[in-house]
Design a protein around this ligand. Structure first.
Ligand SMILES: C[S@@+](CC[C@H](N)C(=O)[O-])C[C@H]1O[C@@H](n2cnc3c(N)ncnc32)[C@H](O)[C@@H]1O
Length: 328
């Protein structure tokens, strides 16, 4: 296993790439030498993940416990190197190619998360369920309130977080690592939640499948997490939830589209071994730098309720019970 090394594989352009004028000028010059050394337990490889992954021993050995992928969405974003405006068929071919490589790299029982917009979610679900027999464990939604404005249709405010499991062995699920205070207790003051016997600590429950809340917004503007060079950063709390729930310390985690390095930052901080692949040498260097610096947020499960209603006032029933809460 080549951990602790920054390997470089030459980044060939995607064969079906179209020529376009980027909305911002490309900021990267010719790739420089791979000068940075990631910390022990972390490997970062530079190149097209479709070329890099088949060369990695951990992929050949199907050794990954958890894969998290946040690919380019083909939204014509001005990525440092990657062309983000492929013809639709080419983008789908690209998508199925990297997905199949990731599927092969996973252990039986391994977890595979894909962060993907409406445009491609359906195709990916059908592909993984029907041709790779993966189990769709959850179809989560990452909800944010700072989407691109629109006037002719509803404003986009979500990305799908698709959670698959590779059959063949028991999967890792650490419920206790990601619990949050329940709405029932914190908003409605319902005492029954203190007595429930579902194995969860009193007043707590698993998060719901729509994810939002403090520090869950898109990483924009003057957000403390923001790295200037990269405008597609995921929030650290998102990766903390995925990595805590679906892997254990010492497990091997892969991100084939490292970007600004969020998965590596969180995985390394939570003591997982990590392999990242990134097409742009500049992004890869900055990601390594960020992994060394560590997270900005607390990666612990939230202490606050994610309820969207203010706390409600208890009302007295004629019989003396006060378990109902007043509608506001
Ligand atoms: C949406 S961003 C990932 C953002 C990341 N999750 C984060 O929080 O910073 C996608 C990244 O994938 C990289 N990329 C695009 N195509 C790639 C490919 N074929 N192989 C590896 N990396 C690629 C882009 O350069 C970009 O940095």
């Amino acid at each position: 296993m080549i951990l602790g090394a920054l390997a470089r594989t030459s980044p060939p352009r995607y064969a079906g790439a179209v020529t376009r004028v980027p909305s911002r000028p490309k900021r990267s010059k010719a790739p420089g030498p791979a000068a940075l050394n990631p910390p022990e337990g972390v490997a970062v490889h530079v190149g097209d993940c479709r070329q890099v992954l088949p060369t990695l021993p951990e992929v050949k050995a199907a050794a990954f416990d958890l894969i998290f992928a946040d690919p380019p969405f083909n939204w014509n974003r001005a990525y440092d190197q990657w062309d983000d405006a492929l013809p639709e068929d080419d983008y789908l071919r690209f998508t199925y190619d990297w997905i199949d490589l990731c599927h092969g790299a996973l252990k039986p029982g391994g977890s595979f998360w894909i962060n993907i917009p409406d445009d491609w979610a359906a195709e990916i679900v059908v592909h993984l369920k029907r041709t790779r027999s993966m189990t769709l464990q959850n179809w989560c939604v990452w909800h944010y309130r700072f989407g691109q404005n629109a006037t002719g249709r509803f404003i986009n405010s979500k990305v799908h977080a698709l959670y698959f499991i590779k059959p063949g062995a028991k999967h890792t699920w650490n419920a206790a690592e990601i619990l949050e205070p329940s709405d029932r207790l914190s908003i409605y003051g319902d005492p029954r939640t203190l007595e429930k016997r579902d194995g969860m600590p009193p007043g707590h429950r698993l998060p719901m499948d729509v994810w939002y809340g403090k520090y869950w917004g898109r990483v924009q503007g003057n957000n403390k997490e923001r790295r200037g060079y990269h405008d597609n950063q995921l929030p650290e709390v998102y990766l903390a939830r995925v990595i805590r729930a679906c892997s254990n310390p010492g497990d091997l985690v892969l991100d084939p589209f490292l970007g600004s390095g969020t998965t590596g930052v969180v995985a390394h901080n939570l003591k997982r071994r990590f392999v990242g692949v990134e097409f742009s040498i500049e992004n890869a260097k900055r990601a390594v730098d960020r992994i060394i610096k560590g997270p900005v947020r607390s990666l612990d499960a939230p202490a606050e309720s994610s309820a969207i209603f203010p706390k409600r006032r208890a009302i007295k029933r004629p019989g003396g019970s006060s378990t109902d809460a007043e509608e506001t």
